[in-house]
Design a protein around this ligand. Structure first.
Ligand SMILES: Nc1ncnc2c1ncn2[C@@H]1O[C@H](COP(=O)(O)OP(=O)(O)O)[C@@H](O)[C@H]1O
Ligand SMILES: [Mg+2]
Length: 625
């Protein structure tokens, strides 16, 4: 079949599908769902089932057997009435005929059960794989993609839309097979009874199909609009909960609630539209099916009176015809329900289509690590073509030096340091690391060599130990962890927690102060032991007392590493080997503190302002006491 995802080979059956549970985790990266992408959504959905296609077909065949058993019941009924009763042909005893009815019922029940089981297996199995794949895929998408995609949208697509696909397999797709089989089997049975009557009984089919197709298109659109709005709502909720402190601090609950209500109203409107379309479809198709059924009964009755049909045949007909009208009625419903699965498939594919960040692309990855000498030569960068965020950036630093970046918000400091781990690739000039073009180092390698302490470090809701050892891939001893925590001046704080290093961080555990989080992040980076260090505004959000501690911790962290430090306080950066003053994406001044402070320009202005403020503060403090 050509789409042989390794974890579940195409020849798999029931047992194989189970086996995936055991082997899957080890081989998550062995398959690529990108291959399932097809402009035809049904083809795509079929491919997504790779590995389960066989059991899926078995599920449909089981349904077919169940359908045949069902039709068989009516034939047995005809036999019972016409041959046994009316013609008094008593070759088979009533008990045997009764047994025949029971047997057929058992057959029908048994195969319906098997089919349901197989269908569930297909649905749960393929969707489980899809979920894992999506999670893995989303982790590996580029910085740029995450920057421009709303979290709520990603969550919506990897949960609600995936679930719609699951329902598609479990209910709709299998239901479709069932309906087609029921229809075919029962139509053949009817035709065998009486061809004329059989043809009369399906006049309505094309009408139902046409109506379904019309509704299919409109319901697809309505559902898509609904899912979009649902995503907007989750984004809003997620953002609101993340920023709950800001909301409370500014007492903006009312405003937030109002905004939520507006979005929720829109969802209501769209949901109503979707539902009303569903509810419009039902009566229409029911009316047609009802007329068809009645007409069939009537014509059949007339034919029986005229002697064209036997009573047994009429009885069998009236039983069978329900089983042809019933699938028809459901066919329409299924066609329009299938639209949800297909729209959701499309929405999920939009994520799958995104290119992953090629983490291992690049030919330079020295085993002994890097020295940390960096050249920027006329580097330019733009996020969106046409608007340069960095212009003509040129500087040089030796291994182990400290480079400080100073400049107003939006001047491009974060953008500049984000080029080093290749979160983004520069669009002009070049950057040399140890004399080699930066683009030749694989991203993964660079990120292993570079440690970043963000302005507001993010800690996971896991234990403190896990948070500290997050950056290292190998086993680390408790001693190493404590050592890092010690240097980061956080060991004693952690020791005093009731569960020590096993204390959970976040909602279900301790609440850490900004400074404590900062120091845990420093310990995390220390343990990683990177050659290049980036400190992005790492001290601006903590109070002065902890700042002294953090600064001491950072100084230890900075030893023997090429360090980029972004800070607003001159005091934090005046010992740097090189200070870059940035303005609107350009370096406007560079040099050491001693050099810059004696030159007219931005640095001296900032220095003067900051020192005079500090002097005044000191004066005030001393006059107070
Ligand atoms: N992901 C992004 N996409 C597009 N523009 C961005 C992105 N990140 C930052 N910018 C823009 O780039 C400029 C520099 O931003 P940044 O490097 O964050 O400045 P700084 O760190 O000095 O405050 C700003 O104009 C900002 O709006
Ligand atoms: Mg910044």
């Amino acid at each position: 079949m050509g789409y042989n995802f390794k974890p579940c080979p195409t020849h798999s059956g029931f047992i194989f599908a189970r086996g995936i549970n055991l082997t899957f985790n080890n081989s998550r990266m062995d398959y690529d769902l990108k291959k399932i992408i097809s402009s035809n959504r049904l083809v795509g959905l079929w491919r997504l089932m790779t590995g389960f296609q066989l059991i899926y077909v078995l599920a449909v065949i089981s349904l077919g057997i169940a359908a045949i058993a069902k039709s068989g019941t009516y034939f047995l009924l005809r036999y019972f009435v016409d041959t046994f009763f009316i013609n008094q042909d008593q070759r088979f005893s009533p008990a045997l005929i009764g047994l025949g009815f029971v047997g057929l019922a058992l057959l029908q029940g048994g195969f319906t059960f098997i089919s349901g089981k197989f269908a569930a297996q297909t649905a749960e199995g393929s969707v489980r794989r899809l979920r894992n794949y999506l999670y893995d895929h989303i982790q590996n998408l580029s910085f740029a993609y995450h920057a421009q995609t709303e979290t709520g949208e990603l969550i919506q697509r990897s949960t609600s839309d995936v679930d719609a696909i699951r329902r598609f397999y479990a209910d709709q797709a299998i239901g479709f097979g069932r309906i087609v089989l029921l229809f075919v089997v029962n139509f053949i049975a009817l035709a065998y009874l009486n061809l004329k009557l059989a043809l009369i009984s399906i006049i309505v089919v094309p009408i139902i199909v046409v109506i379904s197709m019309i509704f299919f298109k409109r319901i697809s659109q309505a559902y898509e609009a609904y899912q979009e709005q649902d995503a907007t709502l989750s984004t809003r909720l997620q953002e609101n909960l993340t920023g709950v402190q800001v909301v409370k601090a500014f007492a903006r609950q009312k405003y937030e609630i109002q905004k939520f209500e507006i979005e929720n109203w829109e969802k209501f409107i769209r949901g109503k539209k979707l539902l009303s379309m569903h509810s419009m479809f039902w009566p229409i198709s029911d009316i047609f099916c009802g007329i068809q059924l009645l007409a069939g009964y009537l014509i059949g009755a007339l034919m029986t009176i005229n002697g064209e049909l036997t009573i047994g045949t009429y009885l069998a007909y009236s039983g069978l015809v329900v089983w042809i009208i019933f699938p028809m009625r459901n066919l329409g419903r299924l066609i329009i329900q299938m639209s949800t699965g297909m729209v959701s498939y499309q929405r999920v594919v939009e994520i799958i289509k995104q290119d992953r960040e090629p983490l291992d692309e690049g030919d330079i990855h020295p085993d002994h690590g890097i020295n940390g000498e960096i050249h920027f030569n006329q580097v330019c960068f733009e996020y969106d073509t046409g608007s340069e965020v960095l212009k003509d950036i040129t500087f040089h630093c030796k291994p182990g030096q400290v480079i400080a970046l100073l400049g107003s918000t939006g001047s491009g400091k974060t953008t500049l340091v984000n080029l080093l781990p290749r979160f983004y690739d520069y669009t002009g000039g070049n950057i040399l690391l140890d004399g080699i073009e930066l683009n030749r180092y694989p991203r993964r390698y660079l990120r292993q060599q570079i440690g970043i302490v963000e302005q507001e470090p993010f800690l996971f809701s896991r234990t403190i130990r896990e948070n500290i050892r997050y950056g290292v891939n190998k086993e680390v001893t408790q001693e190493e962890i404590e050592n890092a925590a010690n240097i980061a001046a956080i060991h004693e704080v952690i020791r005093d927690f009731p569960d020590g290093y096993n204390t959970l961080v976040g909602e279900r555990g301790v609440t850490l102060s900004g400074g404590q989080k900062q120091r845990i992040a420093i310990a995390r980076t220390l343990l990683k032991n990177p050659r290049i260090l980036i400190l992005d505004d790492s001290t601006s959000s903590v109070d002065t007392e902890t700042e002294a501690e953090i600064r001491a911790a950072m100084e230890k962290l900075m030893q023997n590493r090429t360090t980029f430090i972004i800070a607003h306080r001159i005091q934090t950066i005046m010992n740097a080997d090189l200070i870059l003053v940035m303005e609107k994406g350009k370096i406007v001044q560079q040099g050491t503190h001693e050099e810059l402070v004696h030159l007219p320009g931005m640095y001296r202005e900032i220095f003067n302002i900051q020192t005079s403020i500090e002097l005044e503060l000191e004066k005030e403090l001393s006059s107070d006491s």
